[in-house]
Design a protein around this ligand. Structure first.
Ligand code: NAD
Length: 482
């Protein structure tokens, strides 16, 4: 157990409590393998309590004015900012990312609450000019109902914030189930909601076996919205469950982000920028991580050389130790995947120019890895690596790069490096993805819409669009007095 880490509880109807049947699981520090806490699991009775609490709270919360909801959410943002240093330490302990990166995540997390606080007051409807001039035809936006948020282990702050913040801003209540690997940050977010005075039942938090919790809650007649961030197979499974009750889904699933580097770009600068997204951001465990490097032939060698130099210079270690630039992978499963992808690429003739191996034998560390001369036959060009692997492939032209970018059935983030305006525009128009950035790799902020196309998911988080996921449209027509 670690004294910096919070005591973990469920939060149901405004009360912190253990699971009623006593089930639990250990939470590990991925840098050391040590157990840092015990996480209680919710029983079915606990889930029933959370559902009843949500139902009752929704009846009241939807009638709270947008202005007042906004004030609550601003308070949450302020509390998260006040507590940011302590929560960042919790985040690093459970997730592994270096402390400076955890601090940046907490800035973003508070920003999300603030953004939704502002946006809560702008759920505008509109008036439709009536054919009958004695009628008033109004389009109103209303909250869809109690929402279930299912968030993963890679961004324990930002992702729960998006799900809770958007739901509450829209007038919905939220049951959040954060990843069991990284529950502490979400516990701190929910504590901020509690301390901000958000009424009991507006936010409930449960943990347990993910498949059991999600199937039970989705099958209830309470939940009207499910927002999931995670892998494509799990997203499809949840969409199938939700379809039984025609529950609306927001799905943020995997990607395999192409990075197109064209010959007119400053190739070394492009490599440095792309490497930031690849290695220095959560060790590549990001759904928008740059993952398929498609580099025009004349600048290919220089790009590989620069990426190799950068990869070899990254300081890998415990995220809590000063100076660490890349932390461990979140769990041992990821190490097995890295092993498999590298072995496959090697067997198919690709060259490992940096890394390619585990670091040490304690904690889940993997060396920043550059794999040059990959082909589309390599598994890594088809399966999202979700780790610090940078496969690089030469391409002959923009058209060839676009064909490769669009070859896979996913489309979340995509990146283009070029200084030619017409090339940038063509790429932005032709890439099948929810996000395209030109000459940088910042794919999302609180105020921008984020999400994928094809099998990368459906719906958006962030921006004004993020709120729409939690709203339904009602048409009201008033006639003259009778
Ligand atoms: P996984 O598919 O087992 O789990 C992914 C997430 O989904 C976890 O948070 C897990 O708790 C949750 N989950 C799993 N089954 C569930 C269910 N039936 N109901 C509700 N939640 C469920 O994969 P993993 O080994 O944890 O991660 C590996 C893959 O997941 C990665 O390769 C990546 O593609 C994907 N992933 C994506 C994101 C993202 O930001 N989009 C985040 C984490 C993981």
């Amino acid at each position: 157990m670690n004294s910096m880490y919070p005591t973990l509880k469920l939060y149901i109807d405004g009360v912190w409590r253990d699971g009623s049947e006593g089930a639990s699981e250990p939470v590990y520090n991925p840098a050391t393998g040590e157990v840092i806490a015990t996480l209680p699991h919710a029983s079915r009775a606990d889930l029933d309590d959370a559902l009843a609490s949500s139902r009752a709270a929704f009846a009241k919360w939807k009638k709270v004015s947008a202005h007042e909801r906004s004030t609550y959410l601003k308070k949450v943002a302020a509390l998260l900012r006040e507590r940011s240093e302590q929560i960042s330490q919790v985040l690093t302990l459970e997730q592994g990312k270096p402390l400076p990166e955890a601090r940046v995540e907490m800035v973003y997390t508070a920003d999300v609450f603030e953004w939704y606080a502002e946006e809560a007051r702008r759920t505008y409807g509109h008036i439709i000019p009536a054919r009958n001039t004695t009628h008033r035809q109004m389009v109103l936006k209303e909250p869809i109902g109690p929402a279930l948020g299912l968030s993963p282990w890679n961004f324990p702050g930002i992702v729960p914030a998006r799900k809770i913040g958007a739901a509450l801003a829209a007038g919905c209540v939220s049951i959040i189930k954060a990843a069991e690997e990284t529950p502490g940050t979400c516990v701190e977010i929910v504590r901020a909601c509690h301390d901000a005075g958000i009424p009991a039942g507006v936010v409930n938090m449960v943990f347990g076996v993910p498949a059991e919790i999600s199937s039970y809650l989705i099958a209830s007649d309470v939940i009207r919205q499910v927002s999931f961030t995670g892998s494509i197979p799990v997203g499809k499974h949840l969409a199938r469950l939700a379809s039984d009750n025609l529950i609306r889904c927001t799905l943020e699933l995997g990607g395999h982000a192409p990075v197109i580097v064209l010959k007119d770009a400053d190739v070394r600068k492009a490599a440095r920028v792309a490497a930031t997204g690849k290695f220095y951001r959560n060790a590549g465990q990001v759904c928008v991580s740059p993952t398929r490097f498609l580099v025009e032939a004349p600048v290919y060698d220089a790009f590989v050389e620069e990426m190799t130099t950068i990869a070899n210079s990254v300081k890998v270690g415990d995220g809590a130790v000063e100076g660490t630039e890349m932390g461990p992978l979140a769990n041992p499963r990821r190490l097995d995947v890295m092993e498999e992808l590298v072995a496959d690429a090697r067997a198919r003739g690709a060259k490992i120019t940096a890394g390619g191996n585990r670091v040490g034998n304690q904690g889940n560390f993997w060396a920043p890895t550059v794999i040059a001369d990959v082909t589309t036959e390599c598994q890594i060009m088809n399966d999202e690596p979700f780790g610090p692997l940078a496969p690089i492939m030469p391409v002959d032209s923009l058209d060839a790069a676009l064909a490769e970018a669009n070859r896979l059935p996913v489309g979340l983030a995509s990146y283009v490096f070029t200084n030619a305006m017409d090339t940038a525009r063509q790429a932005a128009e032709e890439i099948e993805a929810g996000v395209v950035t030109i000459n940088h790799v910042i794919a999302s902020m609180a105020e921008t819409p984020f999400g994928g196309v094809k099998q990368s998911g459906d719906g958006r988080e962030g921006g004004a669009e993020g709120l729409e996921e939690f709203l339904v449209t009602k048409y009201v027509s008033e006639g003259p007095a009778v």
